[in-house]
Design a protein around this ligand. Sequence first.
Ligand SMILES: Cc1cc2nc3c(=O)[nH]c(=O)nc-3n(C[C@H](O)[C@H](O)[C@H](O)COP(=O)(O)O)c2cc1C
Length: 336
Amino acid sequence: MLNKQLVINKLPSLVIGNLVSELPIIQGGMAVRVSMSKLAAAVSNEGGIGIVAASGIGPEELYEEIIKAYELSPGGNIGLNVMAAVQEAKDLVIAGIAAGAKLIIMGAGFSKDVMKICKSAGVPFALIISHAEFAFKAERLGASAVIIEGKDAGGHLGTLTQNAFEIYEDIKTIEKEKGIKLGIPAILAGGILNGKDIKRTLDIGASGVQMGSRFALTFESNACPLWKQAVVECTEADIIIIESPVGMPGRALNNDFIKSFYNPEIPKPKIKCQGCLKDCSRIYCILEALDEARKTGKGVIFVGERASEIKDVISVEEVFRRLKKEYEEAITKEGV
Ligand SMILES: Cc1cc2nc3c(=O)[nH]c(=O)nc-3n(C[C@H](O)[C@H](O)[C@H](O)COP(=O)(O)O)c2cc1C
């Protein structure tokens, strides 16, 4: 009986295609250079899936980062995240797979070419979606999992109306109405901060979570101390929706950079543009603005809606210790 209780209290594993993760936790890819080898390796060492963000870096740098991540987490689970909107998406995926990436996550669109590359390399491909119908479409296209990202996530957003739980409920409604079943794992992202949130996710039938903001605020994330301090000190009111140059809304801190760029009365400096995105308004360079914030704290700081609830910068090990403890406490409270 005691053993059974102990097993029930433990977080389950997550299987995506041929990838087996001890824990159902994916660290969200965070561009530009916020989630690199150190963070991805630390997450992998704790039993999660560590993701290096590929958008905004070149294929060579990505290759090196993934090799470094495996040096820090031999035999671990390291993947990469790339936006479909990035010109070099295909080359990044090829480089990542050559370095041993075990999971490719694609957001902000879909690429058949990338899917084919993953398929022939035998590497699972997960698609980020923000509408229930797209989950079934992703499965039909051959995705091994869907990451359902809701309106409360950090970064570029595919919806401003539904959180991941609501989108997942819609999937269940479609399943009932059409008598079909989503046959690939659904992973929820956006506003998941603690073990109680993970329990809620698993209770409704999803397979795991993807967390961004909590992992950005760790010692291992590559954001500079000023970036982390700005987020730790922010309030709910400081986190706003911006119209990103890529033509999608994004969730960011309302700092001086944002205030100046979105104020029509303040003259804008001429931007250097390398044409890295397929479509871009070029009001400023989002990749540069993200990287600058990551280096100096001045630029675009992407954060999730609930990031203001995170009040400390801790180690990845401590994040996992808390998540497991909170999950176990949530189960015990319910007296399973
Ligand atoms: C700083 C930052 C950068 C991000 N960059 C990306 C990215 O490059 N690609 C992507 O698919 N998602 C990106 N995201 C979204 C995260 O991967 C994750 O899905 C999201 O943050 C989850 O919401 P949470 O922050 O509330 O946990 C980013 C999020 C943050 C906070």
